[in-house]
Structures are given as C-alpha cells and as structure tokens.
Design a protein around this ligand. Structure first.
Ligand code: SGN
Ligand code: CA
Length: 533
C-alpha cells in the first residue's frame, strides 16, 4: 500500500526537478523590515494598552512573536541605524553619534541580499548620513525629514511630494509593492517611518481625534531624581523645563511673548514657525481650526497655573500629538498587511516591526531617549514568520538591534561576514531556547556634551540587573535591580547587599568589552574625535 502511494510521489518529484531552481527561487522568503523613529514600546497595545490601541501592529504579535527585552546598543537614531545595517557595535562602524561620520567601507546587509539575487527597496527615513548601499530603489527623507510635504532623496535625485509624510511613505511603499516590484524575485523591503519623532505633528484626521483625549500620567512624571547619580539630574529632557512651548506644545510663537513665557531653547519659537511655513494654506487652516481653541484656552488658564499644572498640561499636549502620529503609522502597517493577504504573500513573507530605539513618555518626567534606563534602552520588536514562529508567542531573552542583520541573512540562507557581532534570532523564533546562549548585552552611549546633555556611559544588562558606568566628566557607577525596581528609581551600587552582584557584573562587563573589541583607548579616541571637531 505504502509503495503504491510513494511511486506517484517520486515520479512527481522527478518531474519537477527540472524546474527546481525556480521552485527554490520562489521559496526564498521575502523580508519586510518596518521601523518607525522613536516609537516607545509603551505606545504599542501589544505591550501595554494604557495609552493607545495599535491593532495593526498588534497583529504582527498576535500572529508572531513579541520580544519583551529587545534593546539597542546605543539609544540614538543614526548610530542605531548603522548598527542595524552592519550588525556591529558603534565603536566598530564609527557612527557613535548623530554627527560623527559612518565608516563607508563597512558592509551593510542589503548589499549581501542584493548580491544574492534579492530585489531590495527602501522608503522613508534612513537618517544615518549616507544614501543606502545595496538598494535597487530608494526614496529616503533627507536627514530628519519633515512631517508635511516632504522632500526625498532617490536613486535619480531629489523629489518633493505634497501630503502627510507617514501617508506619503505608505503610498510610495505600496506603489512599489503593487507596480514596480519584480514578482519573480524574493524581496527585502525597508518601510521606515519618520513618525513619531519630535516634533510630533499628526495628520488632520488624527489631531482632530487625539486633541480631545486625556491620558494617564506615569507614576514617575514628577521624579526628583533622588536615589540616582548626577546623570539623571543633569539631563536636559524634562517635559516641563526642556520641551519647547511653541515647537513641541504647539503654542503660537507670539503667545509666548504675550504671556511672558521664556522659550525653553533658542530654537523653541523657530521650530513652530518652520512648521507653519511648510503647511499649504489648506493644511494651515485645518491645523488652526483645532489648535487655536487649545491655545486660547491655555492663554486664559496660564496666569493662574502652578508648575505642577503646567507639567500636566505639557504632558497631555505631548501625548496627544505623539500618539496621534502613531495612529497613522499603525494604519500604514494595516494597509501593507492587508495587501500581503490579498496577494497571497503573507505565508512566505517575514514581517518585522521595530523602532530605532525606545522613548520616554513622561517616565522620570522625560521625553527623548539616550539613557541605558529601560524606556529608551528597550525597543519594540515584533516578528511574524508564518509556519515557523508560533502565533502569539513571546520571548524575554536579551536580544539586540545588532542581531537583525545576521537574523535576516540566516533566514535567507546567505552567509554572514565573520566580523558581524550579532547572533541570529532564528533559534529563538523557532522556539529553540537551547540554541541561544546569550545572557547579557553591552550598551554604549557617546553623544555628550550635546543636546539633552545625557552623559557618556556604557554598561551591561541581564534580565535581572543593569550596571552602568558614567564617564568623561564624572566617574560614577549605577546598579539597578530590574526585577525588584522596574522603574529604576534606586541605584543599588553602594548597597552592601548587592556587593557580590556588582563584583560579578563588573567582571562580565569587562569580558564583554573585550569580546566586542571596545576599550579605554577607543573611549578616548571618540572623546577626542568629538571634542576636537
Ligand atoms: C533633534 C531633536 C532632539 C533629538 C535629536 C536626535 N530636537 O535634535 O530632541 O534628540 O533630534 O534625534 S528637535 O527640536 O530638533 O526636534 S534622533 O532620533 O535623530 O536621534
Ligand atoms: Ca530615533
């Protein structure tokens, strides 16, 4: 009986061997890498639904895996992107901060995909100082880009498109997917949003909705930074003190003068004026129709507001605009996922959603990122891989943005260069925890002194602890017990109860510095490069 069944199967197999190359080619999976800019995991309902519902992004988690301890190597935009592309720590690819140049001799993983016969495309915000290599077709925002009526650098020069940037990036991506892609070839697509980066300008449909909402304040909004070292106290990212009244809270520049408000920075008023100047007449009218009444209300209330009330007001303004921007990102993810369904592409396409780092949404009174503390150190990571990843699964392993390159290469069956420093996440994605042996990650932040004034530091993070060394103009150590103090309010470094933990982690940190080829010489090299330019 068995033989009878096998014979036709063998015959069929022989019949298709002639076109086995084609079968193999078709079977190579597509990869879609979706990344937004500064998207905090606290603002994805798959992680926590206290701020916003993101049903489309959540779909990736529902049908795939959510990583609860995914993190970056250096919590800032361009360095993070260079790490993703090279699979290396910043001290090796050179892009240690937003300004020092990338070492363009470094191999980036799209080059390897292109050489292996994948078609490659990239739309949106790349922001790492160079055009991408190994990309057949790209349309990327110059630098930070704009929220409305964006310009793009393309393979054929500059273009300008009218519209709301998140929607424009969606349309460029969908146009490529529908009309420009070679359907015979596997593809690697980068779908990269500018939103929700500062200064948080939502689309009309969303500012109409989100400016009516009120959001819960985080427990540490009024943090006084006791219990930690000087870095937290001296950072300039407090919502009340450092967020721009015009540029961020969207007051009219002249209202600051009228109310006697001192601008938070020397670009505070200019930041909002630049936005007004970019709007078309129609966009400006729609904006003013919603924001003028908010400004008028603030005008009346401001003279009697306490500082605490000002903080609460600024926090609500921040959340309304920040989360409004995310609503458009979530919709854009939905558009792409639906298209994959319609075209029968879902099964053979890996979809990844992440951000270039995390972000503070009022925790510790902050906005922005940079610190090794959780809200900026961790980043959202959701991966859907039908047939391989168990739907609705989670992983709390210490995975890093440095791992993406090797993961994608592994999935596509392309050899990774020996000097990449990540680990393929494929074993974790397959649920094979034994195939994964990392228990700690290394972190290093450099951009200081600079905007937001977060001191230079490096550190080690395990699932249980976090040990950081702040250096350059200080020599301070901080230890956090991640399980007992998840909000990271108490530095335990000098607590004798943790003496053994400190000793062990210091040794492990030294070992990681050696393993990843970081050193005091390199710390000094990057200080010199930075301060002497
Ligand atoms: C701008 C922002 C900062 C932000 C940096 C880096 N200020 O300078 O708040 O930290 O970008 O952001 S703004 O007033 O110009 O918006 S990053 O995402 O590119 O690293
Ligand atoms: Ca960023």
């Amino acid at each position: 009986m068995r033989i009878l069944v096998l014979v036709p199967l063998v015959a069929f197999a022989m019949l298709i061997t002639g076109c086995s190359e084609q079968v193999k080619e078709k079977a190579r999976p597509n990869i879609i890498f979706i990344m937004s800019d500064d998207h905090a995991y606290q603002a994805i309902s798959a992680y926590s639904d206290h701020l916003i519902q993101t049903p489309n992004i959540d779909r990736i988690a529902d049908e795939g895996m959510l990583f609860s301890n995914a993190c970056v190597t250096n919590s800032i935009c361009a360095p993070s992107r260079a790490t993703i592309l090279t699979g290396k720590h910043c001290h090796l690819h050179g892009k240690i901060d937003n300004r020092v140049p990338f070492d363009t001799t470094q191999i980036t993983f799209p080059q390897l995909f292109q050489a292996a016969g994948y078609q490659t495309a990239m739309f949106g915000k790349l922001h790492f100082g160079n055009n991408p290599k190994g990309i057949d077709e790209f349309k990327i925002l110059p630098g930070q880009g704009s929220y409305y009526n964006p310009d793009f650098n393309t393979n054929d020069g500059k273009i300008h498109i009218e519209g709301y940037t998140t929607d424009v990036i969606r349309d460029l991506t969908m146009d490529w997917m529908k009309n420009r892609r070679d359907i015979e070839k596997p593809f690697l697509l980068f779908y990269l949003h500018k939103a929700p980066h500062r200064e948080w300008l939502p689309a009309e449909r969303h500012f109409k909705e989100f400016t009516k909402k009120t959001f819960p304040e985080p427990a540490t909004l009024f943090d006084d930074y006791q219990g930690r070292g000087s870095a937290a106290k001296e950072a300039e990212m407090n919502i009340l003190i450092h967020q721009n009244w015009a540029g961020d809270s969207k007051l009219r520049p002249e209202v600051l003068d009228e109310l006697g408000i001192v601008p938070s920075s020397n670009w505070d008023k200019r930041a909002m004026q630049n936005q007004y100047n970019r709007f078309t007449e129609e966009q400006l009218a729609a904006w003013n129709a919603v924001y003028d009444p908010i400004i008028d209300d603030f005008r009346e209330r401001y003279p009697s507001m306490t500082e605490k009330e000002q903080m609460s007001w600024k926090y609500q303004r921040y959340m309304q605009d920040y989360l409004g921007c995310i609503a458009a990102v979530d919709e854009s993810v939905g558009t792409l996922l639906e298209y994959l369904d319609e075209e029968g592409l879902t099964e053979n396409t890996i979809v990844v959603y992440t951000s270039d780092q995390g972000f503070y949404l009022g925790e510790h009174g902050w906005f922005d990122k940079r610190f090794i503390y959780d809200e900026s150190f961790k980043t959202p990571l959701l991966v859907r891989w039908p047939g391989t990843v168990e739907p609705g699964s989670t992983s709390d392993q210490m995975v890093q943005n440095m791992d993406f390159a090797q993961t994608f290469l592994d999935i596509a069956g392309i050899d990774a260069p020996g000097d990449m420093q990540g680990e393929s996440l494929v074993p974790l994605l397959k649920g094979d925890i034994k195939g994964w042996d990392r228990d700690a990650v290394y972190y290093h932040y450099y951009e200081y002194p600079a905007v937001h004034m977060v001191k230079r530091h490096y550190g080690i993070v395990t699932r249980e602890y976090k040990l950081a060394h702040f250096y350059y103009d200080v020599d301070e150590w901080e230890l956090y017990d991640r399980r007992n103090d998840p909000m990271e309010m108490q530095n335990e470094y000098d607590n004798p109860e943790y003496a053994e933990v400190v000793k062990e982690l210091k040794q492990k940190l030294a070992d990681l510095r050696v393993k990843y080829k970081d050193s005091e010489e390199l710390d000094q090299k990057y200080i010199d490069l930075y301060t002497k330019r």
